[in-house]
Design a binder for this molecule. Structure first.
Ligand code: IVH
Length: 676
């Protein structure tokens, strides 16, 4: 490359990063992943290092963030708000420590103490206090000049307005991160792309009354200008922040040695999914303030700190195609086939698009460039579309009006509970007419909570279906084992094992049997309720004969939605045939799988609110396994109301009126001799 070419390349990268800065800091709507942004930044810094004639006032080596928005008064920071340099691996960390030791002219074997602080992905703010009073609050802006967002910051409960502590400095800029917890973000997710944008958007709006409505949080971690602060280290400062009434990160640690930094990094990364706030790495700060002062800054980052980034959970890719998958209940789920990308060490080539409404809302099209997120075990999904990169000839995706598997009409049902049309479109075929639905029904039939046939996995179901060995559930019990023995991958022993697992399940409990049928809206809990009330398979079959479905309404927990679904199940001749064939082969045990004399015998329970570490279904079955009953209306029959997080107030009030005992989760678990 000659001089002009290098300059041209550099300027192109600078204008690119300027565009991304504007999108990220000003519009709160990034169009590239953090990882790609970091890469772009590194490319620019590398070019500058290699060719010292390259310079731009807009370079990330000179500026931080983006110039303040016009909505607010601009105020200069007395001490600049800096950025942090990044480390991505052990080698980067070793080099960082070497630089520190060389700069301080210390011996190589010196062990430096660090404050290790999870790096919250929010918006930084600087709060100026004079004589213990909160005076002005600024956003970071471009690092030199921020926006005066005092009134908005005052609405945040974590920010103390007055501090009386004796050792609180006469003047100080307390700095930290404003963010929103993921659990609070859930209620705002239709307005903002992610928690960070929600925090930024609500913090930088004109009207503080609007900010007040958003549950913003503040975690303090550093300071800017100060007068009369008598602290010796970052860990001492963090301790005092807490005493002064600020919130600090509970995962902060003081650590010596790179090995221990790495150990802590891995531990925190493991917990990352369970935290209620997003973190994108860990910040390591040389703990001793004297050493920090000596080390000082390079360009726009301190020499005494580094951010050890976690592997990214986001990436950018292209949609090659949109596939429609069909589930057991006929739901059509769109899946984006994307150009494979590595996100945090995992190759991702599919991303769920949830349903038709989601595609329309985000206007996702084949050929689009999209940001994909893969967090923990959650299925990768699309966060946003980069409209700037959309091809001119791109066409809106038309969701199929006919089932791609069987050609039946697809429909959106009216949901009785939400009183709205479903966002999910379904194949309208019944019984076993649709091939894809049938395969999924059989997979469900053999699954763990249903017939639990060991060794009969999803791949085997698909394989046997293709070979026409199974088309209906009853075929499982009439398999041609000789034929299977000759198939690729099978042998005498594996066939014997399969036969053993199948024969073992020729005896089954009534509730498992009902669940295995895969009737829509009849999950495990409802299957149990039906089994318990109907008592026998004969009564179940008679339902269809007598057409007396409304008697099911007497069962607590069974409503109109479930009854309509059972009706439609019995109105299909194929289903009736499956039932009659199965009844010839298997024996259905009347007993439900519960203890007769459990500690909750003859007691009626009701649940409200979310329990800790336990789903509603699990709580219900725990009650039933211990001989208790679940009822769904508050009446004198009710013995206990169990309350979790965010219970329904009305239920508590009615329970109190009727003198019904109210239990929290741990009281209830004590009744079962369990602790939470
Ligand atoms: S120290 C001068 N500590 O990371 C050192 N920053 O890329 C800079 N951040 O602007 C601040 N957690 O928004 C520091 N425990 C922490 C942090 C933290 C998150 C953010 C902050 C800062 C950015 C630097």
């Amino acid at each position: 490359m000659n001089f002009d070419e290098i300059k041209k390349r550099y300027n192109k990268k600078i204008s690119e990063i300027l565009k991304h800065n504007k999108n990220y800091y000003d519009k709160n709507s990034p169009i590239i992943s953090d990882k790609d942004y970091d890469e772009l930044k590194k490319e620019i810094l590398d070019l500058e290092k290699k060719y010292n004639f390259l310079a731009s006032d807009d370079s990330p080596s000179k500026i931080v963030g983006f110039k303040p928005s016009k909505n607010f008064k601009k105020v200069k920071h007395k001490v600049s708000m800096l950025s942090l340099s990044n480390a991505f691996n052990e080698e980067d960390l070793i080099n960082f420590e070497k630089r520190v030791i060389n700069f301080l002219d210390k011996k190589d074997d010196l062990e430096i103490e660090y404050s290790a602080e999870p790096k919250i992905d929010g918006i930084s703010a600087s709060l100026f206090y004079k004589n213990g009073k909160f005076i002005t609050g600024l956003s970071r802006g471009d690092g030199k000049e921020g926006e005066d967002i005092t009134e908005n910051l005052k609405t945040i409960k974590d920010i103390p307005l007055k501090i009386d502590a004796k050792n609180f400095p006469q003047e100080i800029d307390i700095r930290g991160e404003v963010f929103i917890q993921n659990s609070d973000f859930k209620n705002l997710s239709d307005k903002f792309a992610n928690p960070r944008n929600a925090a930024s958007g609500s913090l930088r709006q004109k009207n503080p009354n609007e900010t007040k409505k958003i549950p913003l949080r503040f975690i303090a971690y550093t300071y800017g200008y100060e007068k009369n602060m008598k602290m010796n280290s970052q860990s001492e400062y963090l301790k005092n922040l807490k005493k002064w009434g600020f919130v600090t990160n509970p995962l902060n640690k003081t650590i010596v040695g790179i090995k221990n930094l790495l150990k802590n990094y891995l531990e925190v990364e493991k917990k990352r999914d369970q935290l209620d706030f997003d973190i994108d790495g860990i910040v390591y700060k040389v703990n001793d303030f004297k050493l920090q002062k000596r080390l000082g800054n390079v360009a726009n980052a301190p020499r005494w700190a580094i951010a050890h980034k976690f592997s990214s959970t986001k990436g950018v890719s292209n949609i090659i195609d949109i596939d429609i998958q069909i589930g057991r209940t006929g739901a059509l789920t769109p899946v984006a086939k994307i150009k494979p990308i590595n996100i945090g060490g995992v190759i991702v080539s599919n991303a769920t698009l949830h349903n038709e409404d989601e595609i329309n809302r985000k206007d996702i099209r084949v050929g689009d460039t999209v940001i994909i997120e893969r967090a923990g075990d959650v299925i990768p999904h699309i966060i946003s579309v980069d409209l700037n990169k959309r091809q001119k000839n791109s066409e809106k995706f038309v969701f199929p009006k006919k089932c791609p598997s069987c050609g039946s009409e697809t429909i959106k049902e009216y949901n009785l509970t939400t009183k709205k049309k479903d966002s999910v479109r379904r194949c309208s075929s019944e019984g076993f007419k649709c091939e894809k639905i049938s395969i999924e029904k059989i997979k469900h039939f053999v699954s763990k909570d249903a017939f639990n046939i060991e060794g009969f996995g999803k791949k085997i179901v698909e394989n046997f279906w293709n070979l026409q060995l199974v088309q209906f559930p009853q075929d499982i019990f009439k398999l041609d084992y000789l034929k299977i023995e000759n198939l690729d991958g099978w042998g005498r022993q594996s066939v014997a094992n399969l036969k053993y697992s199948i024969d073992l399940r020729k005896k089954i409990s009534f509730e498992r049997f009902i669940f295995a049928l895969g009737i829509r809206h009849i999950g495990l809990e409802n299957a149990k309720l039906l089994a318990k009330n109907l008592k026998s398979f004969k009564n179940f079959i008679n339902l269809s004969k007598s057409k007396n479905f409304s008697e099911l309404l007497n069962i607590d927990g069974i409503g109109e939605t479930q009854i309509n679904s059972i009706k439609s199940f019995f109105s299909n001749q194929e289903n009736i045939k499956v039932l009659s064939e199965l009844s010839k082969i298997i024996s259905i045990n009347k007993k439900t799988e519960t203890k007769k004399d459990g500690p909750l015998k003859n007691k009626n329970f009701m649940l409200t609110g979310k329990l800790e570490n336990m789903s509603r279904a699990e709580a219900k079955s725990l009650i039933e396994q211990n001989s208790g009953n679940i009822i769904s209306n508050i009446s004198k029959k009710l013995d206990y109301l169990i309350i979790g997080d965010k219970p329904t107030k009305r239920k508590i009030d009615s329970a109190k009126e009727l003198n019904i005992k109210i239990l929290n989760q741990s009281d209830w678990l004590k009744m079962l001799n369990k602790t939470s």
